[in-house]
Design a protein. Structure first.
Length: 120
């Protein structure tokens, strides 16, 4: 009887371990809640063929430029559309039709989409 009980407990433990491992494996395919929250109001665009990431929050736009430079732009009231600037760089547009303006030269942003965090 004791041998049967030990065998049952080993089998139950093995099943519990397998279920836990499967659950953890499934979680690895989805971004964490922290990553999902961080991605809110975040968009990825193409700037001259390279990736640009923008996060909008509390009157500012934080940009991660293609070269890794971080830039903060501050919202300027507009009658229509958006405008963010830091004096050197402007982000302007309506909806997903956006452009960056530096030294008076406007460069359109292409293929802007909500940013999706990568599973960890």
């Amino acid at each position: 009887m004791r041998t049967a009980r030990r065998s049952f407990h080993r089998t139950a433990s093995a099943i519990a371990f397998a279920v836990a491992a499967a659950a953890l494996g499934a979680c690895a395919d989805t971004p964490s809640k922290e990553a999902q929250e961080a991605a809110r109001n975040t968009f990825a665009c193409q700037l001259e063929g390279q990736r640009l990431v923008m996060k909008f929050d509390m009157g500012e736009a934080r940009l991660l430029m293609p070269g890794g430079e971080r830039v903060v732009l501050y919202q300027v009231p507009m009658g229509s559309g958006i405008r963010y600037t830091n004096g050197d760089l402007d982000l302007r547009g309506k909806g997903m039709d956006l452009q960056l303006i530096r030294n008076g030269i406007a460069t359109p942003l292409a293929d802007c989409k909500p940013y999706l965090p990568q599973p960890q």
